[in-house]
Design a protein around this ligand. Structure first.
Ligand code: C2E
Ligand code: CA
Ligand code: CA
Length: 686
């Protein structure tokens, strides 16, 4: 028996849950990162930073150059001002001119109205004058030389320079541009004006700014070098970026592509689906998540080959894709499963589309008709109760797909194609399933399962002839629960074997107790599930349980349901024979409810035949036919030396009919409903 979960287990389960949640979030972040392929951001960043650094570098170079030029012009200006002082202090203008001539420069003396008073050399000034701001309060009036293509006036009349000379060969050539070359230097002529005689005259002298040619080459080298560096960096980064894109594509392929169909996989479906639904959250259309399962895929693979199976999977994928519109998605979701996100208008549209899809899918096998189970989870509608448009909440695709799978799982029993919708009832069922599975061991341990007895009477004498033990779950938390709500769950999860042991043990103990109390006990039948018959020592187990309780063997009957007869026939026959040899009787339950009962009767040496309650439930129109079948079944049993028990008999007419036909016992509400042991014991005679 499994261990009962204690506090420690609960704590560690909580811890595991938290860890799983954390891992899920971590995964999500990682996938998000991979998915958002933002290579262009780094490209843009690089482009901006690269251009900015080039601009800054050039600005700095130009600034530096202007500064150097200005400081040279400043020095020239100081010299011309000094010459102006000498001119000023001369006793006559002629003496002043003589001083100036000694300096060997070309110059012009203007009056305050701009009229030329004296000129030495040629006036090659550009017609407009400009201003050179050396510093805040020192503004020098300058005139570019008409032959000089480097220094010129900018639009706002300020002295500026062109960097053309760095590139323009013509400019570099001496002579025709006004730039003279002395060895490696560049000579840039400029006219500088200095006020003399308190501003009543101006001395405008031609000055030559000398730019060392080496400086230019150094500047060219630095700028060129820098540009080259930026270019190399740019190329390296571009190459890396391309490699990054390729790498990312490969990673994307690994993460987002399905190995069999080579189209997108479930991870992609989740991301894209959530994105799409977010984008369409105001759309007036409805959306549904579907699970489509190719039933018997594994069998197909065994009968053919895995490769053939995968080929079918690819065909299914293709057909599903063909039927999608551009607002819909689908993906192969491993093995035989496909996930779909469909958009639909009305429920009937959705239904007919899915029908159509199934029809196409069923016919992809050439001669073979395939079957598909489709689970549909309709996403919360976008209109509210009053029909108003509502924003769709964020959808967790995984959760919704799980719902679709849960819906599809309800079709598991069938091998035919089918559609199942997820609904609230399914939620309740799943919750109940969880409650049952969580509590089953504890309930067994606490003996919350109670044995009820339903008496069987002889219809001719109304004598108590036997009883069937039927389980009830009296749960302090969930109340009194009938077996229909938990037996099918136990049959699926295997816990039914524990229940069968429990019932046999308790019935045997009760029988022993009542016997000791002096009651004349009658045989009590106990249901044994088919799952139990897998165990080869089932008969020995039952024998031990009954012997441990000390009950007589002939007062215990084992009921087998018809469905149990499908398994290993040989093993069943052997178990039945063993049980009989120990003195137990064995009955076939629910005879007539299935379709192979006659065959089973042929092979199995059974003692009792229990006619299924369905025989007594039909319409009044069918009564005649039912009566023929029932009477024939009773005769058949008699001929096979078996006793008969009619189940579910509620009406006197039925009792009379069965009595006439020679039915041995009746177990039905007409005589008694299943009851607790205390009530049942009152029906026995001392
Ligand atoms: P079953 O073995 O066919 O049991 C007969 C069922 O028919 C019982 O339902 C019983 O209450 C009901 N019944 C009997 N007479 C009448 C009648 O006149 N009218 C109507 N409407 N119903 C009648 P119950 O107790 O709910 O059990 C349902 C099923 O649960 C059983 O069907 C059996 O398959 C399973 N089950 C019950 N107890 C056990 C158990 O201890 N072990 C196993 N393995 N299965 C059990
Ligand atoms: Ca039964
Ligand atoms: Ca039955």
């Amino acid at each position: 028996m499994n261990q009962i979960p204690d506090e420690k287990q609960a704590a560690s389960a909580e811890k595991r849950k938290k860890k799983a949640q954390k891992n899920k979030m971590k995964n999500e972040r990682l996938l998000n990162k991979v998915r958002k392929n933002r290579w262009w951001i780094s490209f843009l960043m690089f482009f901006i930073i690269g251009s900015l650094s080039i601009v800054i570098f050039f600005s700095l170079m130009i600034g530096f150059f202007i500064y150097a030029l200005n400081s040279r012009v400043g020095a020239e200006y100081e010299m011309i001002s000094a010459m102006g002082k000498t001119y000023e202090h001369a006793s006559s203008p002629e003496e002043g001119y003589a001083y100036l001539n000694e300096e060997g420069i070309e110059y012009i003396i203007e009056d305050s109205d701009g009229n030329i008073i004296h000129i030495e050399g040629e006036d090659t000034r550009a017609p407009e004058s400009g201003v050179l701001n050396l510093d805040e309060d020192k503004k020098i009036i300058v005139y570019p030389d008409i032959n000089n293509k480097v220094l010129y006036l900018s639009e706002d009349n300020e002295m500026d320079f062109s960097i053309r000379f760095l590139y323009d060969d013509k400019v570099k050539e001496s002579g025709n541009t006004g730039i003279n070359r002395i060895s490696d230097d560049l000579e840039l002529p400029i006219w500088i004006s200095s006020d003399v005689k308190d501003g009543s005259e101006k001395l405008i002298a031609k000055s030559v700014i000398i730019v060392d040619h080496k400086d230019i080459y150094i500047v060219i080298a630095i700028v060129g070098g820098f540009c080259l560096l930026v270019l190399i960096c740019f190329i390296i980064i571009i190459i890396n970026m391309i490699r990054g894109i390729i790498h990312r594509k490969q990673v994307n392929t690994l993460i987002f592509v399905d190995r069999i169909t080579m189209s997108h996989n479930q991870t992609w479906f989740r991301f894209r689906g959530e994105q799409l639904l977010k984008k369409k959250r105001n759309s007036r259309y409805n959306y549904a998540i579907l699970e489509c399962c190719f039933v018997k895929y594994r069998n197909y693979c065994i009968a053919h080959s895995v490769e053939d199976g995968e080929m079918v999977i690819r065909s299914i994928d293709e057909i599903i894709h063909e039927s999608l519109t551009k607002h819909e998605l689908s993906t192969h979701n491993g093995a035989a499963h496909f996930a779909l996100l469909l958009r639909y208008g009305s429920d009937s549209d959705l239904g007919s589309r899915v029908d159509e899809m199934i029809r196409k899918l069923e016919n992809i096998g050439n001669n073979q008709k395939f079957a598909f189970h489709i689970g549909i989870d309709k996403l919360p509608a976008m209109t509210d109760e009053n029909g108003r448009l509502k924003r769709r909440e964020d959808i967790d695709i995984e959760h919704e797909y799980n719902n679709a799978c849960a819906a599809a799982a309800t079709l598991d029993e069938s091998d035919d194609s089918g559609i199942a919708y997820f609904n609230e009832q399914l939620v309740e069922e799943q919750k109940w399933l969880d409650i049952v599975q969580t509590n089953q061991y504890l309930a067994l341990e606490k003996e919350e399962f109670v044995v009820y007895y339903q008496p069987k009477y002889d219809p001719r004498t109304n004598e108590l002839k036997g009883a069937e033990a039927l389980i009830r779950w009296n749960s302090p938390e969930y109340g009194f629960i009938s077996p229909g709500r938990f037996i099918p769950i136990f049959e699926k999860n295997g816990f039914i074997t524990e229940i069968d042991h429990y019932m046999i043990t308790h019935v045997a103990r009760d029988q022993k107790k009542w016997l000791d109390m002096g009651f004349s006990i009658v045989p009590v039948s106990v249901n044994v599930s088919r799952a139990h018959f897998i165990e080869s020592d089932l008969a020995e187990q039952i024998l031990k349980m009954v012997d441990d309780a000390g009950a007589p063997h002939d007062k215990i009957e084992i009921e087998l349901t018809e469905s149990a007869f499908f398994d290993d026939k040989k093993a069943m026959i052997s178990t039945i024979k063993k049980l009989k040899s120990y003195g137990f009787s064995v009955s076939m339950d629910d005879f007539g409810a299935g379709y192979s009962s006659l065959n089973s009767l042929k092979d199995m040496p059974l003692d009792v035949l229990k006619l299924d309650a369905e025989f007594f439930r039909g319409d009044d129109d069918d009564t005649d036919r039912a009566e023929i079948v029932v009477s024939e079944a009773i005769h058949l049993a008699k001929n096979l030396n078996m006793k008969t028990v009619a189940e579910g008999v509620e009406i006197k007419d039925q009792v009379d009919f069965l009595a006439k036909q020679g039915c041995d016992m009746i177990q039905g509400y007409y005589f008694a409903k299943p009851m607790p042991g205390e009530d049942y014991v009152k029906r026995m005679t001392n």
